[in-house]
Ligand binder design. Sequence first.
Ligand code: XMP
Length: 327
Amino acid sequence: MDLTSNTRPADMERITTPGLADAFIAEAVEAVRAQVGDGKVLLALSGGVDSSVVAALLIKAIGRQVVNVHVNHGLMRKGESEQVVEVFEKGMDANLVYVDASDRFLALLEGVAEPEAKRKIIGGEFVAVFAEEAARLEGISFLAQGTIYPDILESADGVKAHHNVGGLPEDMDFELVEPVKLLYKDEVRVVGRQLGLPASMVDRQPFPGPGLGVRCLGAITRERLEALREADAIVREEIEAAGLNIWQYFCVVPDVRATGVREGRRAFDWPVIIRCVNTVDAMTAEVPELDWPLMKRLTARILAEVPGVCRVAYDLTPKPVGTIEWE
Ligand code: XMP
């Protein structure tokens, strides 16, 4: 396997079965060992599908020579950072650096209501935290990335800049290790399963880089973020338990309050808006019809279990006109 090529060979078979995944893994392990030798590799492990599969592959190839840095920006979904620690540190004996930067991110975001400003702060701070951690580590000469084939095709087409860790400072001069860059997303999932990653990680729905930060609308507060995280966990749990095949499903919590009545007293609490979409490429999206008993169950659980919430709504807006995310 040629890890330097950006072109998928015309005769490369689509990886659809465990057997084909095993063959790919064996080749990729050899190629990574040949590239890296006894060098050290740095990987930003977000817990998303691509970085998780690259981490598992590199751990198989070079064990603790790969330093996996997981930055918890405080905007992860419930249980997500814990799962990264559980799967990689405990399950695979990974060399994992877990950075809880929640307070830093939330302090910077305090009072910032404008969506693009929020995104810039989150992206910029992520790079800053990652660079700080990288500077602390010694002897790193490689940077691994979860680049996949659509990223390469899109950057060649000029559709979007090739995404990497988010633009590390120029003075960080690492050689790239991108072992899944010739694979499509479905192939990455098959390989991930074969590497022993849990289904909840490999089949994970898309999740924006700025995380819950763009779903806790307006200026983020810890209380509203916590309400969002709890409501989101309930929606994920119920939709997964119902066995529904929905492309993306989550909640948003706007920065408004609504009047309610709880135990005979006036309440003045937040609404939770449930957002579900089906799409092929995220350019257009349809809203699936949820079955009424499920809607009622989601509503009852959110109202009973999430403090500070007194109303539940379902977003019926297709894309266009609405985007999938609210911010
Ligand atoms: P929109 O809201 O533009 O979202 O309709 C389309 C898809 O992209 C995801 N999304 C992001 N993914 N970083 C990401 O990796 C981001 O900043 C980001 N913003 C939106 C969104 O969840 C949806 O799947």
